[in-house]
Ligand binder design. Sequence first.
Ligand code: ADP
Ligand code: MG
Length: 279
Amino acid sequence: TSPMPRPDRTRVMVVANQKGGVGKTTTTVNLAAALAVSGLKVLVVDLDPQGNASTALGIDHHAEIPSIYDVIVEEGPMSDVVQKVDEFDGLWCVPATIDLAGAEIELVSLVARESRMRKGLQQHLAQDDVDYDYVLIDCPPSLGLLTVNALVGGDEVLIPIQCEYYALEGLSQLLNNIDMVRAHLNRELAISTIMLTMYDGRTRLAAQVAEEVRQHFGDTVLQTTIPRSVRISEAPSYGQTVMTYDAASSGALSYLEAAREIAERGVPSTEVKGESAHG
Ligand code: ADP
Ligand code: MG
């Protein structure tokens, strides 16, 4: 296979959907690992107080560990809290600790409360010795100030959609928030990628949901769907991504394929289709 294309400049992708359990964290860590095994340099920023992305990458994130909290609340340098992920040459992680649970409230009274993540990240990316191809930000399951900070700090939004009943419910809320951020805080933000996850090819429902999402969002939806896979769900309990846990599994291969599709499509130039249909 041909080498994975590298972007001209760092692509900052925000993995967001305010619903819990749709595959945000799973997508963040496995996509990051897939890009890293393909030779690219990737930073995962864990912005969920649960720290599930940190856990899945085998990164220590107990309460005393320097974390994203120190960047967005304390305005400390991101370079001080980045950790190397052992299993991969090109993968780093900014962990989240339980401190972050309070940040949603603490941020309210801080200056520039929506853009603190952006400031910390941009300062880090501007350093001479930092040259990531991708930054993937894993959001919590809410539309609060942490998710807003991610949206203000990113260039692109990646929305994972679980192929289940109610898949599209609540999505218009997320799209409205993205519109609002775009109107007031980050004009450059684009919904570049919609990824269908936990696809169960044996059910009619999954196919129907996939069809509906494709009709609504057109080419923004990746051709690659992520199958429901036991290997994917087992990997985090070993502090691993599916890329190392079972590299030959359908789950690992599908994330590799999704990574390639994202890399080959490149930075989006057009608006998401169907966007005017919501609200
Ligand atoms: P979120 O971050 O949106 O809350 P997660 O990524 O934590 O969602 O996924 C929710 C649950 O579903 C987790 O237990 C995860 O292991 C499982 N899961 C995610 N993707 C898959 C998949 N493709 N196949 C099987 N289980 C999955
Ligand atoms: Mg999560």
